[in-house]
Write a protein that binds this ligand. Structure first.
Ligand SMILES: NC(=O)c1ccc[n+]([C@@H]2O[C@H](COP(=O)([O-])OP(=O)(O)OC[C@H]3O[C@@H](n4cnc5c(N)ncnc54)[C@H](OP(=O)(O)O)[C@@H]3O)[C@@H](O)[C@H]2O)c1
Ligand SMILES: *[C@@H]1O[C@H](CO)[C@@H](O)[C@H](O)[C@H]1NC(C)=O
Ligand SMILES: *[C@@H]1O[C@H](CO)[C@@H](O)[C@H](O)[C@H]1NC(C)=O
Ligand SMILES: *[C@@H]1O[C@H](CO)[C@@H](O)[C@H](O)[C@H]1NC(C)=O
Length: 322
């Protein structure tokens, strides 16, 4: 009886303190680097990982531009971050990544009003959903917002990042990218699937392939680009999944809600690898890498395919009219 109780306790403690943190990508970044005099952009900074990452960087003294699609949500988040960090250099700005017009307006406004750009955090994202939605420009919205929107934004801000070097680009991706083993280029614009996470996964592997090709193009410029898997983080990310239709997808969302509730990291912990990517001195010359659990990790073989990365980059240039 006692023996059984001890075995069950040891397994329980092991699961709770070791296996679950490992499986959910949990980590803590302890670096104390300051960012006084530096300027940062965080997309989707009004909630979730973006908001806690923006607060962490503001705490380090950075000027933080919170770029969001809803100014109402943005202003509320900026007020929270200012109160929390006593940093008055936190500003809200309008950016809808589902609109190339909005992205161009944001980049222009930024260049007109800011002197430098040291860190660009491409964080905003739309998650799993089995119902098709389009951006203003007619792109499927996960590929359109998560990849193409950030692709255009980054390209428009590249000259400013180069002028401010050493500087960094951080793109949020996900472990789910392992499920995409073929981007189906012939059908990049009319790929069909009934699986709710398929298009999300495709956009997230595009994020990794983007930094892979971008890092090559940025060699010698002092600008690095890396992709971050934040872990399993309890945020508003299941909003899109709740819009899914059908018994299977609805059940899957309910199941994921329980999983997130039980083992998800909180948003502060979910921002640790993003902060590590943005500030850690050991990453000064690291570029084109996949980071997870506050260290350099290995993404799927398809995410490391340089020919695929180049093809996606060239196709993306055309799609966003660059
Ligand atoms: N949570 C996880 O477990 C997890 C795991 C792996 C990867 N990630 C990645 O981490 C990143 C942050 O996710 P999260 O969990 O913090 O999600 P979240 O709580 O849902 O926040 C997503 C953010 O993106 C913004 N956004 C969505 N569409 C936008 C658009 N068209 N233009 C501008 N902003 C837009 C949202 O703004 P609104 O509030 O206005 O909608 C919100 O601020 C995403 O890239 C996600 O793929 C998350
Ligand atoms: C996935 O994206 C394609 C475009 O690439 C679109 O035609 C399809 O409807 C999307 N599927 C879902 C479930 O959203
Ligand atoms: C869309 O998909 C079909 C079937 O896979 C393919 O034959 C067609 O060429 C595609 N159209 C475009 C515009 O990519
Ligand atoms: C990065 O590269 C520069 C120039 O080669 C070098 O001086 C510096 O020590 C490197 N930093 C790290 C952390 O390796």
């Amino acid at each position: 009886m006692l023996k059984t109780a001890i075995i069950v306790s040891v397994i329980g403690i092991g699961l709770y303190y070791f296996f679950i943190p490992f499986a959910t990508g949990s980590c803590e970044y302890y670096g104390k680097e300051r960012l006084d005099g530096k300027t940062v952009i965080v997309t989707g900074a009004n909630t979730g990982i973006g908001k806690t990452a923006a607060a962490d960087l503001a705490q380090r003294g950075a000027r933080v531009i919170c770029a969001c699609r809803s100014m109402e949500r943005c202003n509320a988040a900026v007020a929270d971050i200012k109160r929390e960090t006593n940093n008055v250099q936190v500003v809200a700005a309008k950016l809808d990544l589902g609109s190339m017009k909005s992205i161009r307006e944001f980049a222009q406004m930024f260049k007109n009003t800011e002197k430098r750009l040291d860190i660009l955090i491409n964080n905003a994202g739309i998650g799993c959903r089995n119902v098709d939605k389009k951006t203003e420009d007619g792109f499927e919205d996960r590929m359109g917002v998560n990849h193409l929107g950030h692709f255009l934004l980054t390209n428009l801000l590249l000259d400013m990042l180069k002028q401010s070097q050493p500087s960094r680009i951080v793109c949020l991706t996900s472990l789910i990218h392992w499920t995409t083993t073929d981007l189906d280029f012939d059908n990049l614009a009319n790929h069909t699937s009934t699986s709710s996470c398929d298009n999300y996964s495709r956009s997230k592997i595009a994020n990794i392939l983007f930094v892979l090709e971008l890092s090559k193009r940025l060699k010698g410029t002092g600008v690095t680009a890396n992709a971050v898997h934040p872990g399993l983080v309890q945020t508003e990310t299941l909003r899109s999944a709740r819009e899914s239709e059908g018994f299977l997808a609805t059940s899957y969302t309910k199941f994921m809600e329980v999983v997130f509730l039980l083992v998800g990291n909180d948003a502060r912990r979910g921002a640790q690898t993003t902060v590590y990517a943005a500030v850690d001195p050991s990453l000064e010359n690291v570029s084109g890498q996949f980071l997870a659990r506050c260290k350099i990790d290995t993404p799927s073989p398809y995410a490391r395919d340089e020919a695929v990365a180049k093809k996606l980059y060239d196709m993306s240039l055309k799609l966003v009219n660059l």
